[in-house]
Design a protein. Structure first.
Length: 572
């Protein structure tokens, strides 16, 4: 289980052992010591306030004068200590193996997670994807606050065992054993160790930056990060090939909707979409940026995947918003346009009903209360201490709403308005469900890469006494959930769980779907994409919920904020 991240919730790990280095048999091992490898150090600056990582100089390696950087796995673990827990990593030389390899391993309690590097076959094999999850707890935000695990059950799909082999050779990447160091491409390291844990490394040609989550054009201080010697540089043909191959690697292994969309491999996909491939391979910044946008925004035609920032080969002042305005044909998709049309319609209806002010958190009509919020949020440790903590944290928003509701004894029915809720943090979603039921809240997930089904059972400490009792919820009320096309991602999962557990009645229109958690993907050239990841929400029957959840009671969009219509629907 994840020690931390926005995908799962923290789970304590018991580190065992200490770092072990290569054995004295190394000189007999096939190696790349005679390869044409040059070393250069770049300054590293951590910009995340969730992890304490010392500023340092990171060694990078170039092979045969290539522009693509390589890094040492061991050195990167040491440089990023504070984000990862470097002290629990171990390494051994597989002396009795038929092929030369190293295995890196660590323990979570009594569970051993391993990663075996075979540099002759250019493969990285992990016995479980949890190997990459040995990261420290976020310092300023406790995503597991008020949550306790009661069960965590993992089942492998028949014919699988949870292990995954990453074949770098398939994508024309080498793994090198150089002077007792295992070297892999910097973008591959970034994807496997950082992006999967919502941390991103960026190289602007002069400095390597570490950033919480990802870089976007509206980020404060982006000019500082964007400014570097790569600006307006023309990348080599080989560098563009490396960037294309890294994109294929990342999408093949981590794009959670690949099977759902019938894509066998992205190498084949791009061969069938040769125009996009040729544009990505181009050294012209506008051409390859256009291709990225067409692929992610248009061709994928789903709401989780999007483009967030341009490459470092663009000018430091170039911004994605302006680029998309100049190229409107790749700025959106049919699904996003439909989503936006309904969203705009509902926003106008809300303004007609409530004016320009924020929709009330809770409002009343006869025996009905309506709780409205548009994202599932977990506040920082400081934000939840504020008197208006309900503005930052969904758990406290529900607590605030219920405090108002219990003052009105005539209220018997509560509608949770998710009509414009685009999702957010899964932990916050689980905590909100705790207000509806005393039962253990079971969420279901499928990992499209490891083929594992996971059932997670949580209880929520509603009254904040730390005891997680079975009589703290407000299950004495009749609960309803108002959904529509804009009920997306974590909100879609909220609706699915409520329906599975029979703790609320769904009303309105079919929800908008979105079953995958998101994952940042930083390309070799610094372009930032967001993709639907391999972590997929499913229902109790192990069915995908990508296409949304049907309501039990239909309500037309024009009546979503008509309290008389809502009252009539749930009372009849």
């Amino acid at each position: 289980m994840k020690k931390t991240t926005l995908k799962f919730l923290p789970f304590f790990a018991l580190p065992i052992g200490s770092a072990i280095f290569a054995t004295s048999c190394y000189n007999q091992v096939e190696n790349d010591n005679n390869a044409d490898i040059k070393t250069k150090s770049y300054y590293f600056k951590n910009l995340s306030d969730e992890y304490t990582i010392n500023d340092n100089y990171i060694n990078t390696y170039t092979i045969n004068n290539s522009e693509t950087l390589y890094v040492s796995i061991e050195e990167m673990m040491k440089y990023l200590n504070g984000f990862v827990d470097y002290n629990v990593f171990n390494k051994k030389w597989n002396f009795f193996s038929k092929e030369p390899s190293y295995t890196y391993y660590w323990y979570n309690n009594m569970t051993k997670y391993t990663m075996t590097i075979n540099w002759t076959k250019n493969t990285i094999k992990v016995n479980n994807l949890n190997y990459f999850d040995n990261v420290n707890y976020t310092q300023n935000t406790d995503y597991g606050r008020q949550l306790k695990y009661f069960n965590y059950d993992v089942q492998n799909k028949p014919g699988t065992n949870g292990s995954v082999t990453f074949d770098l050779g398939k994508y024309d990447f080498d793994i090198l054993n150089y002077k007792k160091k295992i070297l892999i491409p910097f973008p591959i390291f970034n994807t496997l160790f950082c992006n999967t844990n919502y941390y991103s490394l960026y190289f602007n040609g002069d400095t390597i930056f570490g950033i919480d989550r990802w870089l976007s054009d509206n980020m404060q201080g982006i000019e500082r990060i964007k400014t570097g010697s790569l600006n307006n540089k023309i990348a080599s043909e080989q560098y563009r090939k490396d960037t294309f191959n890294h994109l294929c690697f990342s999408l093949d292994y981590f794009y959670g909707l690949k099977d759902h969309k019938g894509i066998k491999s992205f190498i084949e996909y791009f061969n069938e979409n040769i125009d996009i491939k040729q544009k990505i391979l181009s050294s012209d910044k506008n051409t390859f940026s256009y291709a990225y946008a067409k692929l992610i925004n248009s061709n994928f035609n789903e709401l989780h995947s999007t483009m967030l920032s341009l490459s470092f080969y663009n000018d430091k002042n170039d911004r994605l918003r302006s680029f998309l305005q100049a190229n409107p044909d790749v700025a959106s998709s049919t699904k996003r346009e439909e989503f936006n049309n309904i969203s705009n319609f509902l926003e106008r209806k809300r303004q007609q009903r409530f004016g320009v002010e924020k929709t009330p958190i809770v409002r009343f009509k006869n025996n009905m209360a309506i709780i409205s919020f548009d994202s599932f949020e977990t506040g920082s440790n400081e934000e939840v201490t504020r008197t208006n903590n309900y503005d930052y944290d969904t758990f406290y928003l529900f607590k605030y709403a219920m405090k108002q509701i219990i003052k009105k004894p005539e209220i018997t029915k509560i509608v949770v308005d998710l009509s414009l809720n685009g999702g957010g943090n899964v932990g916050a979603m689980r905590k909100a469900l705790g207000y509806l039921t005393d039962a253990i809240i079971n969420t279901y997930q499928f990992n499209s890469l490891s083929k594992e089904y996971t059932e997670i059972g949580n209880k929520v400490d509603i009254n904040l006494d730390g005891k997680y009792k079975f009589n703290e919820s407000y299950s004495n009320y009749e609960w309803y959930v108002l959904t529509g096309l804009n009920t997306f991602s974590a909100a879609n999962q909220f609706a699915s769980i409520a329906k599975d557990m029979k703790i609320a009645t769904l009303i309105g229109k079919k929800s908008g779907g979105g079953m995958c958690s998101i994952m940042p993907l930083v390309l070799n050239d610094g372009t930032t994409l967001i993709i639907s990841s391999n972590n997929c929400a499913i229902n109790k029957q192990k069915q995908y919920i990508e296409d949304g959840i049907e309501p039990k009671l239909n309500l037309e969009y024009k009546y979503f904020y008509d309290d008389d219509a809502l009252l009539n629907l749930i009372n009849n």
